[in-house]
Write a protein that binds this ligand. Structure first.
Ligand SMILES: Cc1cc2nc3c(=O)[nH]c(=O)nc-3n(C[C@H](O)[C@H](O)[C@H](O)COP(=O)(O)OP(=O)(O)OC[C@H]3O[C@@H](n4cnc5c(N)ncnc54)[C@H](O)[C@@H]3O)c2cc1C
Length: 394
């Protein structure tokens, strides 16, 4: 449920019948019927459908860490947020650990550090956000290190006893005293309702859907964090639980269910984050996905500025990594830098959807004002450099 948009306001604005505190217990795809339980009065009922859209979302993935699970904190619901706030408000300043150096983990590390605690972030991998390139990872590491947050990359949490976290890292097994452990290890699809109705799911248990978001059951669609999606560039089935993807696949599933003829182009893994005062964004398939599909690619890393050099700014750096085919077709990018950096990723997303090459973008007209960009837009500059490197690589 959204916090800023109440069910009553939503119902009034959209003319919908919204039943909150009402759990769907099961789906009968043969009788085209769902079983419900009203959480307010406990009454069970059934309801018939002509079309059904499953949007049951996801839940926090909790890796196997032995010890008392009640001491672990995760964030998915408003109740989780209240619990975290209560713990932080009543915590004597001390040490905290976060498992997962991705969107939620780094955001929580920042929040916890604002409460005066020394935070250590652990991640099984050596990169951020589930796969930043080496050069962007170095920039992020350097930036995080100047804040009150320690990084333990390539480390796996083993056990937590409420006051110490035991982990395995580069130097073998070790422990960290910490009164608070926050888990941000990704999202798992909440698909048990669909699976128990016999609806097909993928290896990761997300609901399998066609390009029209149809499930394996007739007249049943699925969208958002509970469903698989199709990657625009590679055509691979992917699980990308983001709000943007949930919104777009939700709208598309509704159109498809209503019989509106429309085409869903696929998702691009476009996502953004703020890390202290800097921003990160990425779009396009990961190098692993391109490898899996057998699509060769090149990468070009550049450093630029978000403002003209003569305008005052505490921080003006922007780091851009462009990913493209040997023929120059743009596949995606990563951006990290000063405020104003992240939303520049949308230029690249649009270029990929339009199937632009580096060359197509070189002389496009980008708005200029010295407070907002140098006279050459940094993304365009990065594309110029990528094209020059591409040509010289032959
Ligand atoms: C702290 C946090 C911050 C985030 N920030 C971002 C961000 O900045 N950008 C971004 O792109 N994404 C962000 N996300 C991810 C984003 O919130 C999700 O991708 C998005 O909410 C998924 O929407 P959804 O409708 O698929 O699922 P959800 O929002 O999870 O909604 C699913 C709903 O289904 C209900 N439900 C489940 N089972 C049943 C049942 N059996 N009967 C009845 N109801 C049921 C649940 O109660 C829930 O209300 C964030 C997530 C979290 C947790």
């Amino acid at each position: 449920m959204l916090y800023s948009y109440t069910p009553d306001a939503f119902a009034a604005a959209r003319g919908l019948d919204i039943k909150t505190s009402c759990e769907v217990l099961s789906i009968d795809p043969y009788k085209k019927q769902i079983m419900l339980k009203d959480g307010k009065n406990g009454v069970a009922a059934s309801a018939a459908y002509r079309k059904l859209i499953i949007a049951t979302g996801g839940r926090a993935r909790v890796p196997a860490v032995s010890g008392d699970p009640s001491g672990l904190l995760t964030l998915r619901t408003l109740a989780d947020a209240d619990k975290i706030k209560h713990r932080l408000m009543n915590m004597p300043s001390g040490k905290a650990a976060v498992i997962g150096a991705s969107f939620l983990g780094l955001a929580m590390a920042e929040v916890i550090s604002h409460y005066g605690m020394q935070v250590t972030v652990f991640d099984e991998g050596g990169s951020f956000f589930g796969g930043t390139s080496d050069k962007i990872s170095c920039e992020i590491k350097e930036y995080i290190n100047i804040h009150n947050v320690k990084l333990e990359m390539n480390s796996s949490a083993l056990a937590y006893d409420g006051s110490s976290l035991f982990y395995r890292g580069g130097g073998g097994e070790s422990s960290l005293d910490c009164g608070l452990l926050f888990i941000a290890a990704g999202t798992e699809p909440e698909s048990s309702l669909a699976a128990s109705a016999g609806i097909e799911t993928a290896e990761n248990k997300a609901i399998d859907v066609s390009l029209k978001m149809e499930t394996s059951a007739s007249s049943v669609y699925a969208c958002g964090d509970c469903a698989m999606m199709r990657d625009f560039v590679t055509g691979l089935r992917v699980y990308l639980p983001t709000a943007g993807n949930a919104n777009r696949t939700g709208r598309f599933a509704a159109d498809a269910a209503a019989g509106v003829k429309t085409r869903f182009p696929g998702v691009m893994n476009a996502s953004a984050a703020r890390i202290f005062d800097r921003e990160y964004a990425r779009t396009g398939p990961s190098p692993e996905m391109l490898d899996k599909k057998g699509m060769p690619y090149l990468q070009s890393f550049t450093k630029g500025a978000v403002k003209a050099s003569y305008m005052p700014a505490e921080d003006r750096d922007i780091f851009i990594n462009i990913i493209y085919s040997p023929e120059g077709l743009i596949y995606g990018a990563e951006i990290f830098g000063a405020p104003g950096s992240a939303k520049r990723i949308d230029l690249i997303t649009e270029a990929v959807y339009a199937r632009n090459t580096l060359n197509d973008m070189l002389y496009m007209d980008f708005a200029y004002n010295p407070n907002l960009s140098p006279s050459w837009e940094p993304v365009q500059q990065a594309l110029h450099i990528a094209e020059a490197r591409r040509k010289s690589s032959f």
